[in-house]
Design a protein around this ligand. Structure first.
Ligand code: GAR
Length: 215
């Protein structure tokens, strides 16, 4: 089986990156991780990737201040140099311009901590709590020019429980992210030809038991 070479862009902790690396350790997984790239030199995920034997590099956006195109051209060069067929944004907290998005159209995935189209942008868990929603979750989608608005590939929902704080809700969603992202990548990378680039049937699942309300 040809396993699709896949690069991961991070900015920080890298727990979703770690879940993708872990899934790709299985020789039956249809993607293999060829590069981790961070725009921040202090991203904790870098050492996690290196410890797992994955090449990890930094392309600090700082020196490119005022020239996003040059920074993105450098990222693109690194991705191509690694032979990547797919790119997974995993907590990559920098807005991308049409330059990079266009070059990787249909082959760049992102994970977002909400059930899009609800709560695009930042502080999704606090906003979900403030809105009083009873279901929250995460979304894997294709990256397009509009932030957090590309075609949805897969979603996972979790309950919002009485007494939830931003932290408890974030932890419940993150546990789902770690299941959903490898599943979505496998779905996209495992397909063949143009069909693989169509949004596959959404994998809506709730892997956590629903507990009865205690208050
Ligand atoms: C994750 O919750 C991811 O969904 C979110 O950042 C976190 C990164 O954590 N991404 C976004 O908010 C992108 N809009 P991680 O570095 O441990 O994977």
């Amino acid at each position: 089986m040809r396993r699709a070479p896949t690069a991961i862009l991070i900015s920080g902790r890298g727990s979703n990156m770690a879940s993708l690396i872990e899934a790709a350790r299985d020789p039956g997984f249809p993607a293999r991780i060829v590069l981790v790239l961070s725009n921040r030199p202090d991203a904790a995920g870098l050492s996690v990737a290196r410890a797992a034997g994955i090449p990890a590099a930094v392309l600090d956006h700082g020196p490119y201040r005022g020239d996003r195109a040059a920074h993105e051209a450098a990222i693109d060069e690194a991705l191509r140099g690694a032979g990547a067929a797919f790119v997974c944004l995993a907590g990559y907290m920098r807005r991308l311009t049409p330059l990079l998005v266009g070059r990787w159209a249909g082959r760049m995935l992102n994970i977002h901590p909400s059930l899009l189209p609800a709560f695009p942008g930042l502080h999704t868990h606090a906003r979900a709590l403030a809105a009083g929603v009873k279901l929250h979750g995460c979304t894997v989608h294709l990256v397009t020019e509009t932030v957090d608005a590309g075609p949805i590939l897969a979603q996972a929902a979790v309950p919002v429980l009485p007494g939830d704080t931003e932290e408890t809700l974030a932890a419940r969603v993150l546990a789902c992210e770690h299941i959903l992202y490898p599943a979505a990548l496998a779905n996209v990378a495992g397909g063949t030809g143009a069909a693989a680039l169509q949004p596959p049937a959404a994998a809506l699942f709730n892997p956590l038991p629903l507990r009865p309300a205690t208050t």
